[in-house]
Design a protein around this ligand. Structure first.
Ligand SMILES: [Ca+2]
Ligand SMILES: [Ca+2]
Length: 355
């Protein structure tokens, strides 16, 4: 009798795992091939060869680009390259990238930059906040940007017990930011099996100030990109595994309440907002299985979506760029600035288009 119970339970467990694995393959679009969409005037950006996971553009058109991310489970095509922040002036006719110098006392050897966000203080000083994973831990680094010297002065490293597995941040005030946690377990492979395959919803968005750190939204499968609407009233959060974008209302005490969810058919990474129109531009992964099981003969593709009329009942969703990986692999972010589009990737190249 005891054996029968054990065998029955084992059978049920195996059936559940099998069912979850089949569902996981569907959730990561394991059999999807992407149809190409390319604006006429696009070219690869010289000098951005080893990732450009996140990009943030100042109102002046200067774009900061985080490069060289090492993330568990993702391909690492250039293990000797150090993490860097590049600058690109989107006002130039043929913009070039330039690596920013960093303070001598900042540890560049372990710099592993991920999501970034800029903040302009009342005195016009520009600060760059960078999610960093030294030794695969999570910190947020605050830099002051010196435009003339093209350099970043390191001011502070922020660590907190709730700031774990941080993916992206959006800065909303001096030392005030929202951050996403993309997995609950700090071990990626445990997270992949228990959280993503078993479809748990354990990740969250938190709000940080030196005085207070609190979870302001939870129940995400894997919270990833985060940004704010141009009127600063709404926060947009991408849930990569659930293939959607959560629109949340921001309150005076920094709490967030869910307003609606925009469902997409692709795995959404970082988000940006066109300051002119308020449209969301999303860097997406058409097929995450191809990212996890990287094969250069059949590489992961890229896809950029634009969401117009975000707050209306019927947001319009359009594909602005898509490629099967022959040009661009693993797109994670797209930014626009006065009719120019810059698409970055987790570990690959970057594409610049005039729309
Ligand atoms: Ca960001
Ligand atoms: Ca991301």
């Amino acid at each position: 009798m005891g054996k029968l119970v054990v065998l029955t339970l084992l059978g049920a467990a195996l059936a559940l795992i099998g069912e979850r694995l089949v569902a996981f393959r569907q959730r990561v679009n394991a059999s999807r091939e992407v149809e190409p969409v390319e604006p006429q005037n696009c070219h690869l950006v010289e000098g951005l060869e080893h990732g450009s996971e996140d990009i943030d553009v100042l109102p002046s058109g200067l774009a900061f680009i985080s490069s060289g991310l090492r993330y568990p489970g993702m391909p690492d095509l250039a293990p000797d390259e150090l993490g860097k922040i590049f600058l690109m002036d989107l006002n130039e006719k043929n913009p070039k990238v330039q690596a920013l110098k960093m303070s001598d006392d900042f540890d560049k050897a372990s710099f592993n930059p991920h999501g970034i966000s800029t903040f302009i203080d009342k005195d016009h000083t520009v600060y760059l906040y960078v999610v960093n994973h030294p030794d695969l831990k999570s910190t947020v680094e605050i830099f002051k940007f010196e435009e003339q010297q093209r350099s970043l002065i390191h001011l502070k490293t922020i660590q907190h017990e709730l700031l774990k597995s941080v993916n992206d941040i959006v800065v909303v005030g001096p030392e005030q930011f929202y951050a996403t946690r993309d997995r609950y377990s700090t071990n990626f492979f445990l997270a992949l099996f228990f959280e993503m395959v078993m479809d748990l919803h354990w990740t969250y968005v938190l709000f940080y100030t030196p005085r207070e750190v609190k979870v302001v939204a939870k129940g995400f499968s894997s919270a990833n990109g985060i940004t704010i609407s141009p009127d600063k009233k709404y926060i947009y959060v991408a849930d990569i595994m659930d293939k959607n974008i959560h629109v949340m209302k921001k309150h005076d005490n920094w709490d967030l309440t869910p307003l609606k969810v925009i469902q997409l058919g692709t795995l959404v990474d970082n988000l940006s907002v066109d300051p002119d129109t308020g449209d969301i531009w999303a860097g997406c992964h058409p097929n995450v299985m191809k990212l996890l099981m990287y094969n250069p003969q059949d590489p992961p593709g890229s896809e950029v979506l634009r969401i117009q009329n975000v707050l209306s009942d019927q947001p319009r969703i359009g594909t602005e760029y898509a490629n099967n990986g022959s040009v661009l692999q693993g797109s994670s972010v797209a930014v626009v600035y006065h009719g120019k589009l810059l698409v970055g990737t987790v570990f690959h190249k970057a594409v610049y288009c005039v729309l």
